[in-house]
Design a binder for this molecule. Structure first.
Ligand code: AP5
Length: 206
């Protein structure tokens, strides 16, 4: 199974990808996590993309596309849940050349809720597991339940950057939704209810 999860920042793509991967035994490919790992490692590629990520922009998309597609080839050519990729029509076309996507799930969420979710999000520095201070708190404050790692706020989760990420989503990623609609594989999900309800809706759709 090859699934794509699309939606504005903070709509719950990562949260649902984790649940889907557990259920279907598939790898979770998050382009954001791949890029953040490059930045944290200080690689030449990481240095190149850091300023774009800090501003919530897309950056050198050909290069990023190549890195993500190579990652897929290396780790999971036969099935995956893709989260955060594709983000532009160019990326969707390049993905389509190599992989046949069975469904693209579009998470719909209002801006007010996006801001609430992102400002309360905490991410494990070690294993990248995601929490929320109110909606999904860890058992011990600022400590990951899964690995004991430190929970931090992402650098791009400041309010101004999130506003820009929403604008970039509307300009660059909404056309990807039309791309999958034309291909007849777009499924829409209301991302507003609690995670388990959203998950059941996705299972019903796929
Ligand atoms: P990326 O990491 O992909 O960020 P994003 O798409 O903005 O999405 P987020 O990770 O912010 O949110 P999410 O939808 O996964 O929500 P989550 O599950 O965490 O990209 C970051 C940057 O990297 C980009 O700006 C860009 O610069 C670069 N980049 C990435 N991919 C790229 C690409 N393909 N090309 C070029 N550049 C790229 O949930 C959010 C919070 O809400 C959490 O706290 C969670 O616990 C909580 N929550 C989740 N679901 C619910 C629910 N149903 N109810 C209540 N709370 C919930």
């Amino acid at each position: 199974m090859k699934l794509v999860l699309i939606g504005p920042p903070g709509c719950g793509k990562g949260t649902q990808a984790e649940k889907l991967c557990k259920k279907f035994g598939l790898p979770h490919i998050s382009s954001g996590n791949i890029l953040r790992a490059e930045v944290a490692a200080g690689s030449p590629f990481g240095k190149k993309i850091k300023s774009y990520m800090d501003r919530g922009e897309i950056g050198p998309q050909e290069l990023i596309t190549e890195v993500v597609l190579e990652y897929i080839d290396k780790h999971c050519p036969s099935g995956f849940i893709l989260d955060g990729f594709p983000r532009t029509v160019y990326q969707a076309q390049e993905l389509e050349k190599r992989h046949s996507i069975v469904a693209a799930i579009y998470f719909k969420l209002a801006k007010k809720e996006i801001l609430k979710r992102i400002t309360g999000r905490r991410t494990c520095k070690t294993c990248a597991r995601v929490y929320h201070i109110d909606y999904n708190p860890p058992k011990k404050r600022d400590i990951c339940d899964a690995c004991g790692g430190e929970l931090l706020q992402r650098d791009d989760d400041k309010k101004e950057t999130v506003e820009n990420r929403i604008k970039v989503f509307e300009a660059e990623t909404l056309p990807v939704i039309d791309f999958y609609k034309s291909a007849g594989i777009l499924k829409e999900v209301n991302a507003n209810p609690a995670p388990d309800i959203v998950f059941n809706e996705i299972l019903h759709l796929v």
